[in-house]
Design a protein around this ligand. Structure first.
Ligand code: HEM
Length: 464
């Protein structure tokens, strides 16, 4: 059994930073020696000119900012990793996110040839560096410290929206895998099985019997590393609200609508809501698996305001659940629920670190400005976790014959002509909604390797 010390792990992997702002810098290594010299100082910390790599160590005084790096395969090459060791990385990482587009549903408007700079030249994105802070000036300050050693070919700014929400109006950042090593108090009361460290970090057992994901070589480079799918996902907030309007109107005329929302139950959804307004919220809740205020549909299918309150995290999808099999949350983490790939429950866990980008959205005055999510989906194996979730669960629905052939209603690669989603009625029946457009479009991203601190030392010390 390998072991790690928090000082050897980059921060924001096991536990999130929970800051107000993030800036991602897409860096090209044009001067290998300068890049290595930067890393050799950043990894040790203590410099006033170069930001320290933030580790997993618990801080006593909250730092002004936190700086971390993810490195693409072309980035490892640019830093001078030998061909032998480059070849020891998994195929999907070697190929990179753009080449994996067919697995990820990145076609049409989401296709890599539509991505704006710097993601239109994926081979030049060598490092995706993140700066987290509570003040914008800190982001500028750290960016200025990074600039001399790299060519900054692009940046993306993200921020937390009010009340922990994301565009589309849902509270996010509630469920995460739970690692015994992380001591995350937010997840302390969850009954889900704890996730073995090998789900997230390279070199440890996973929940698949006798399986450890292959560790790239040399061990100093691979051990305690992780992989990240960094995604720039634009969200059509106006289109989403419009869809809810149309679907609610369709339902009002549906013969079974009272089995979805009993007459007179509108007040349980929201005070003084019209029937159409209440139906919009029921549709939104079933599409996600949570009401927009975060309350799990599985625990409170009749109201987003249960009394007494219910846990936000502690639930499962038993046979009686009223959460639709096609709901976003249930697709991406079926928990203990019955799925076709029986042993895959809990194996495709993803640590999520995301913040929103773009201007605020006011549903009363909708506009089409670009806005969305800067998402990081982190795990020990991109192919067995992120891509498997994206491909067979989100976009093909292979986990249950009830949803096979349909895409995730919230974020799937939908087209109005072919899309559908079954709303679940209180008595177990369903009403099928159709005509979902694609609400979330990929606008760039990269597969990065999140190296341990010893691995960064290894890279900094490379020669040639
Ligand atoms: C713009 C795109 C997306 C939006 C707006 C979105 C929204 C949400 C919301 C509102 C939740 C519930 C909050 C929570 O439990 O923390 C959630 C949960 C989750 N989402 Fe997404 N999501 C997006 C993309 C993705 C993608 C691309 C993936 C994975 C490939 C993903 C994986 C997850 C997972 C694993 C959970 C937690 C489920 C659980 O553990 O029960 N999401 N998402």
């Amino acid at each position: 059994m390998n072991d790690f010390h928090p000082k050897d792990l980059q921060g924001n992997i096991l536990r999130g930073y929970r800051r107000r702002f993030v800036r991602y810098l897409m860096l090209e290594v044009t001067d290998r020696a300068a890049a290595r010299a930067f890393l050799s100082v950043a990894v040790e910390g203590g410099s006033t000119d170069i930001p320290a790599i933030r580790t997993e160590e618990t801080w006593k005084v909250k730092p002004a900012s936190s700086f971390n790096i993810g490195i693409t395969h072309t980035g490892l090459r640019a830093l001078g990793v030998s061909q032998k060791h480059l070849d020891s990385f998994p195929t999907e990482f070697i190929q990179g996110m753009a080449a994996r587009a067919p697995k990820l549903g990145d076609f049409g408007d989401s296709a890599p040839d539509q991505w704006p700079a710097p993601f239109d030249t994926p081979d030049r994105v060598h490092i995706v560096a993140s700066i987290y802070a509570d003040a914008q000036e800190e982001l500028d300050h750290v960016e200025a410290q990074v600039a001399p050693a790299f060519n900054i070919i692009g940046l993306r700014n993200g921020r937390g929206l009010e009340d922990g929400r994301v565009f589309f109006g849902y509270k996010d950042g509630i469920s995460q895998p739970r690692f015994p090593a992380a001591h995350d108090p937010a997840m302390a009361k969850v009954d889900e099985p704890a996730d073995p460290l090998g789900t997230l970090l390279l070199g440890y057992p996973t929940s698949l019997e006798n399986l450890r994901f292959a560790v790239p070589t040399p061990a100093q480079l691979g051990l305690n590393g992780s992989f990240n799918a960094f995604r720039v996902l634009s969200q059509d907030a106006a289109g989403f609200e419009r869809y809810l309007d149309t679907a609610a109107q369709t339902l009002l005329a549906h013969k079974d609508v009272n089995r979805l929302l009993p007459k007179g139950a509108e007040d349980k959804i929201g005070k003084d809501m019209t029937r159409a307004q209440a139906l919009r919220e029921v549709i939104a809740a079933q599409m996600c698996g949570r009401w927009r205020n975060g309350v799990p549909y599985a625990l409170s299918p009749d109201t987003p305001h249960p009394d007494p309150e219910v846990s936000l995290t502690n639930f499962d999808y038993g046979r009686e659940t009223r959460c639709p099999a096609g709901a976003h949350m249930r697709r991406v983490n079926p928990r203990g629920g019955k799925i076709v790939q029986r042993i895959a429950n809990y194996t495709r866990r993803l640590v999520r670190r995301g913040m929103s980008y773009g201007p605020d959205f006011d549903p009363a005055r909708p506009d089409d400005a670009e806005r969305g999510l800067l998402g990081n989906f982190i795990g020990a194996n991109l192919g067995a976790q992120f891509e498997a979730v994206m491909c067979d669960w989100l976009n093909l629905g292979l986990q249950s014959p009830e949803v096979t052939g349909s895409n995730d209603p919230l974020i799937g690669a939908n087209a109005p002509e072919t899309s559908w989603f079954d709303l679940k009625l209180a008595d177990g029946g369903t009403i099928r909604l159709r005509n979902f457009p694609r609400f979330v479009v990929t606008r760039g991203g990269a597969y990065t390797f999140l190296p341990s601190l010893p691995a960064i030392r290894y890279l900094a010390a490379l020669e040639g």
